[in-house]
Design a protein around this ligand. Structure first.
Ligand SMILES: Cc1cc2nc3c(=O)[nH]c(=O)nc-3n(C[C@H](O)[C@H](O)[C@H](O)COP(=O)(O)OP(=O)(O)OC[C@H]3O[C@@H](n4cnc5c(N)ncnc54)[C@H](O)[C@@H]3O)c2cc1C
Length: 458
């Protein structure tokens, strides 16, 4: 959805955040005919779809006996919310004004008025703040092993993960797929991870655990080469690693609330025990943003359900809701979800196609096309790539094929990724006449790509 029309519509319910808590709240509220508006978030405090977009297999979400990929699970939740009538805005909320009724919610796309709000903004990965962290960020240091693990520089190299919880253990095991050895740096003398996860780490011969150890500095030239660590027994010890992955917990995304509702000392929203009501009537919270203890997909979803039911009751009690009437009690089936695209080959290559996949198409267009070429370097388990790809396709579509898009899977096309200097996914490169014109790392607003392309086709 583009810029919001300036209008006087007052929404029944605005849900902020598109993780399991936000989408579950949306499913319940839309089935109650409230037609909620869900602000998905974009870059502050995570990505659309939330934290599960940054993981591979989710093995403990009920209903999936063989596990489900995190991004796929979130796509399913999104499709279910849309099917029942949830409206989506892809934007961040920058502030809310709770002194006014209806509440006023400022997003990057415009202002929204709402009678009730569910805050489901989750929590963001913490950084260590070590020496040279900024210098080597995305040049060896990452907060998402699952997104960046397949980067060529990490292959067969020694890598380090910092942390001792479930995320750190999961990432350490995952990285053994790519690195020659993984150092797990643990601040205390035990793992906080679940027993099953800790056992997997302890049984893995490619993982070495450094107990009672903390990282103090990142060292290298153009890329991370080693880390300096302090432990009980030694100071300033150096460990040679090409990658340092943070898995050291999260900070709840509540800064946009500007202390207008009660939060605890760590920033988590305070709710009535076991309930979704916050300190302000009409505002409810769900998921990790109000839960410093359980923080799971299914607990977030459960609390999203509670928040929607509580919001519905509150709106009815105050006589504030305007429900929609459905023509058909049963909405149309949801649209089919993302299918894996085939790699383009000599036979399937189409010189005029707007979107193709793989090195064959890239080489052909790079050498022969006079149009700008937008290349997204992705990896199979990268949730942010999953978010960005449809955005790029939309940009290309809006520009009526004046630009051509290509996806390169860095797992399959390692040589191309190396040649292009790719050190994390998603990376997007814009070429024209065989020259690299722009590069973006991570998820960006559609307008950034569109503006850069427009200046090339003027
Ligand atoms: C690597 C990893 C692996 C995990 N594996 C599992 C697992 O296997 N099983 C399991 O049950 N749990 C797992 N979890 C935990 C699970 O992901 C979280 O508990 C769950 O996603 C929390 O859901 P949520 O809806 O509360 O928040 P999140 O999923 O964090 O979603 C928050 C949403 O809010 C949005 N947002 C933030 N700030 C703003 C703003 N200012 N404006 C608008 N939107 C905003 C974000 O964009 C995001 O969409 C894992 C977590 C991680 C990091």
């Amino acid at each position: 959805m583009d810029k919001l029309e300036v209008n006087s519509t007052i929404e029944n319910l605005v849900i902020i955040g598109s993780g399991p808590a936000g989408y579950t709240a949306a499913i319940y509220a839309s089935r109650a005919n409230l037609q909620p508006l869900l602000v998905t978030g974009f870059s502050s405090g995570g990505i659309p779809g939330g934290q599960l977009m940054t993981t591979t297999f989710v093995e403990n979400y009920p209903g999936f006996p063989d596990g489900v990929m995190g991004p796929e699970l979130m796509d399913l939740m999104k499709a279910q919310a849309i099917r029942w009538g949830t409206k989506l805005i892809e934007s961040d909320v920058s502030s809310i004004d709770v002194k006014k009724r209806p509440f006023e919610i400022k997003t990057l796309e415009g202002e929204i008025k709402a009678n009730s709000i569910i805050i489901a903004t989750g929590a963001s990965a913490n950084r260590l703040g070590i020496k040279n962290e900024e210098l080597f960020w995305s040049k060896g240091i990452s907060a998402c092993a699952i997104c960046d693990g397949a980067t060529p520089q990490f292959r067969d190299a020694e890598l380090a993960v910092v942390g001792g919880g479930d995320s750190a253990c999961e990432e350490a095991v995952y990285l053994t797929k790519y690195g020659s050895k993984v150092h797990l740096i643990v601040r205390s003398n035990k793992l906080k991870a679940s027993a099953a996860m800790a056992d997997r780490v302890l049984a893995n011969s490619k993982i070495t655990i450094h107990w009672n150890t903390s990282v103090t500095e990142a060292i290298g030239n153009d890329w991370l080469e080693k880390i300096r660590v302090d432990s009980h027994n030694s100071k300033n010890k150096e460990i040679e690693v090409k990658g340092l992955f943070y898995a050291i917990g999260h900070t709840p995304n509540t800064s946009f609330l500007d202390n207008q509702i009660s939060i605890d000392e760590k920033g988590y929203i305070k709710c009535n025990p076991g309930r979704p009501e916050t300190s302000l009537e009409g505002i409810f919270a769900a998921g990790d943003v109000a839960d410093s203890e359980w923080r799971q997909g299914v607990t977030a979803a459960g609390s999203g359900c509670m928040a929607a039911l509580a919001a519905e009751r509150w709106l009815t009690e105050k006589d504030l809701s305007i429900t929609i009437k459905r023509e058909q009690p049963e909405p149309e089936k949801s649209e089919s979800l993302t299918e894996e695209e085939e790699e383009t080959n000599e036979e399937t290559f189409d010189f005029n196609s707007q979107w193709q996949k793989g090195s064959y198409a890239l080489r052909k267009l790079y050498h022969e096309s006079s149009k700008p070429i937008l290349v997204i370097f992705s990896s199979p388990s990268c949730g942010p790539c999953h978010v960005l790809k449809p955005q790029l396709k939309r940009v290309i579509n809006e520009l009526n094929g004046e630009v051509q898009g290509i996806e390169i899977d860095i797992d399959k096309d390692q040589d191309i990724a190396k040649q292009a200097g790719i050190n994390g996914t998603p990376t997007v490169q814009l070429f024209k006449d065989k020259l690299l014109k722009r590069e973006w790392k991570g998820v960006k607003q559609r307008s950034e790509f569109k503006d850069a392309i427009k200046t090339l086709i003027k």
